[in-house]
Design a protein around this ligand. Sequence first.
Ligand SMILES: Cc1cc2nc3c(=O)[nH]c(=O)nc-3n(C[C@H](O)[C@H](O)[C@H](O)COP(=O)(O)OP(=O)(O)OC[C@H]3O[C@@H](n4cnc5c(N)ncnc54)[C@H](O)[C@@H]3O)c2cc1C
Length: 386
Amino acid sequence: MNFLLDDDQKKLQSTVEEFARERIAPVAEKLDRDGVFPTSLFHELADIGVTSIPFSEEWGGMGLGTFEMVLALEQIARVDQSLAVSTMVSVATGLTLGRFGSDAQKQKYLPDIVAGKKICAIAGTEPNAGSDTAGFTTRGRLVDGIWRINGEKAYITNAGTDISSFALVLVVTSPPEAPKKSFSLFLVPNGTRGYKPGEKYRKMGWRSSDTRPLYFDDCELGPDNVVGEVDKGRLLLHKGYQQARVFLSTCSLGLAQGSLDLAVSYAKERRAFGGSIGKLQLIQKMIADMAVKVETARMVVYKAAWLSDQGLATGKDLAIAKYYATEIGSECANLAIQVHGGWGFMDDCPASRYLRDNRVCTIGDGSSQIQTLLIARELGLDVSFA
Ligand SMILES: Cc1cc2nc3c(=O)[nH]c(=O)nc-3n(C[C@H](O)[C@H](O)[C@H](O)COP(=O)(O)OP(=O)(O)OC[C@H]3O[C@@H](n4cnc5c(N)ncnc54)[C@H](O)[C@@H]3O)c2cc1C
């Protein structure tokens, strides 16, 4: 792995950094307060090319890799993790469709996702099962060549915005009496009869990212809506989640770097006992600790992204990046609050938003507990998920 970015990568990074600093950072607090997905800002982000980075040129993409997407997402999450997450979910879902969808599905849906005109969702979690994907119960029955879907998904990102295009939904397609469940992945366009995104949740963080339950009530889909092969969908969803895992790690990395930026800047400007608090050694210790965590997270996340692009990333590489970066995201946001003193506890101080936003990152897309089990399993330990 080369630690030096090439000129194109540096240009991409600085373009997104500038956009994030000038266009996103000034409105991030308001977006958090309003709690509405910022469609026009997302379109602006798409206009500078962010949503197209890892897609092939055939679909309007830049033909770059996971690593370049990571460089861009890191800069967005540095100022607003909520927007970074909405972006990455759509990109990861689009990549899943790009890998496993039919030509017709790709032709119809991918160009708008790549161009950022539309946004899409991936739906596994249900009210009664998240980590334990075998416990999903949303079910599809094939009747006269038409799939009829019934059930409910929970906590799904991006399904109910004004530009939501479709959701990739994991559905049990084995009959109830089958000894073992099998699943299929369905492309469900917004507006399909019997499919309804519910009311958005009130949340601790990621407030401008759209999160809703999805309801399926005799939702009818044709065979063309199956992504990949019938009964082979669970693996596809896991592959989609794995891609998202690198991106979610990046969202925490960017947030950790943003926490460090805030802490350094405040330590220089805040005065106590006749000088800046940045001259106090215990403040310096907190800031140095943050810098070490950020740099270490960057190494594991970049490594996971780089290996993904070579097709060499193992489950352990992805799990280490996800586990470490998401945990230190919260640690760094918490330290940034400490450096800010009472001001850090106020809603208007970005550090408090950072702590709220990152809290879900150690839960979603394979919790920290699940990542540690995956690491232990790859180290040869006898890991049981039960
Ligand atoms: C804001 C938000 C957005 C989300 N967006 C999406 C989305 O777009 N698509 C989607 O499909 N899902 C999404 N999710 C759901 C998320 O992925 C799940 O919440 C997550 O996978 C955990 O599942 P759960 O909530 O059912 O918790 P559970 O699986 O019930 O876990 C509860 C606790 O038990 C622990 N646990 C579970 N199994 C084990 C085990 N074997 N060993 C040790 N500990 C264990 C977990 O780590 C956790 O601490 C989102 C969630 C949130 C909050």
